[in-house]
Ligand binder design. Structure first.
Ligand code: APR
Length: 394
């Protein structure tokens, strides 16, 4: 349980459950024992072939690209303390990552196939892109460990914000505010930011890996706790399969660990071949094709996956950079506005009339656009001068 040693198991050590330490032996184990309690644990690497950048890959990862912006640190975009002071970078990212723009990958379809075959006990995902459900995995089989865009609420009074309005606001790159005028707090999707607690569903289900007859870990660096501990809760004799570019966590340290250190889509195809499910997997994935049924366009030169990913990260980084510049200019303009207002109030009047509250200076629409003038934003930056920021709990 808990953190385990990461020393790779000695090649000479025979597996205790599998006939061999390879994916063919795992497929044989599933068939021979009719394995039905499979727990899957996923991260951003499962969605990169859909065009969504992951976080920590050296070149294409989001954090590597955000690092060159003047964020206090790359993870600030998901830090609740930073969000309170400047929600624009997050909402710029949200505009790009909002569910509905990307097609699930073969990896997502593999999980859906496991479920259709009655073999999925639970999927724990760190991802917020909702591609699992779009691939066909039912909601009751998914634990969104880091939340999702499915719902949103005011971070001050917790009042829910309407789903339809949220979709519009994000599409318009605006910053939504509480529907209760008296509150007007910032609204945030129910995504777990650094410094926030994980959903209750995670804690309610975290005993499941110990009940699994097989664990499959895909596309995650296993960097962020407590999610990163899940694979160590799997019983010692239960096989664990890692499909990931690199070895992570304690995977590979146990006699029945099988590592496919390769692309997630390639790895699940290899797994499906070993199971004799390849054709069903391709059919399952074909169902997610938005162009299905339409005639094939003449073959325009398709961009490679790497090119698409590079374009996506480039666009995201540029958009966030713009929003940061904007919020920088905006905060300067707001400061100038506030100085003008206070300077124009003569000392005697100042004594009698209370100093202008931010809400006195601006009309506080429930949303603000990233190009809104200064005066309507200072409730977004209520503490313009405060410069302390909380570090994420990595
Ligand atoms: N195939 C296989 N592995 C891949 C692929 C791919 N196509 N693309 C990326 N990877 C691997 C990377 O090598 C890395 O090991 O997936 C892993 C992705 O790791 P991260 O970028 O750290 O993503 P993740 O593990 O999901 O991050 C966890 O960190 O910032 C927080 O809340 C955020 O949920 C996220 C958490």
């Amino acid at each position: 349980m808990g953190n385990e040693n990461s020393t790779p198991v000695d090649e000479a050590t025979p597996p205790s459950t599998l006939h061999g330490r390879n994916i063919e032996a795992v497929a044989q184990y599933i068939k021979e024992r009719d394995v039905k309690n499979i727990v899957v644990m996923t991260g951003a690497g499962l969605s990169t072939s859909a065009g969504i950048p992951d976080f920590r890959s050296p070149d294409t990862g989001l954090y590597a690209n955000l690092a060159r912006l003047n964020l206090p640190y790359a993870e600030a975009v998901f830090d609740i303390g930073y969000f309170r002071k400047n929600p624009l970078p997050f909402y710029t990212l949200a505009h790009e990552l909002y569910p509905g723009k990307y097609r699930p990958t073969v990896g997502h379809s593999f999980i859906s196939l496991l479920n259709k075959k009655g073999r999925l006990l639970k999927l724990f995902t760190q991802n917020i892109d909702c591609l699992e459900q779009e691939a066909g995995v039912p909601g009751d089989k998914i634990v969104y460990a880091h939340g999702s865009f499915a719902t949103q609420r005011c971070i001050e009074c917790q009042t829910e914000y309407p789903d339809d309005r949220m979709k519009e606001v994000i599409q318009r790159k605006e910053v939504p505010h509480c529907i209760r005028k008296s509150c007007n707090g910032l609204v945030k999707p129910d995504i777990v930011f650094f410094g926030e607690a994980l959903p209750e569903a995670f804690h309610r289900n975290r005993s499941l890996p110990a009940k699994a007859d097989l664990a499959i870990i895909m596309g995650t660096s296993l960097t962020v706790q407590p999610f990163a501990s899940l694979p160590s809760f799997v019983r010692e004799e239960t096989p664990r399969v890692l499909i990931n570019y690199e070895r992570v966590g304690g995977l590979g340290s146990r006699a029945d660990d099988v590592l496919l250190l390769q692309d997630c889509d390639e790895g699940v195809r290899k797994f499906a071949d070993a199971l004799g499910w390849r054709e069903e997997l391709e059919q399952e994935w074909a169902r997610t094709n938005p162009d299905k049924g339409q005639k094939k366009e003449e073959d325009t030169p398709k961009k490679t996956r790497q090119e698409k990913l590079d374009d996506e990260v480039e666009k995201l980084t540029k958009d966030i950079d713009t929003s940061l510049k904007l919020s920088g200019e905006t905060s300067d303009r707001i400061k100038a506005d506030l100085e003008k207002v206070t300077a124009s109030t003569s000392p005697s009047k100042a004594a009698t009339s209370p100093s202008p509250k931010p809400s006195d200076i601006l009309t506080t629409p429930q949303t603000t656009t990233t190009s809104t003038t200064a005066s309507s934003l200072n409730h977004v930056f209520p503490h313009l001068n405060e410069d302390k920021l909380e570090k994420p709990s990595l």
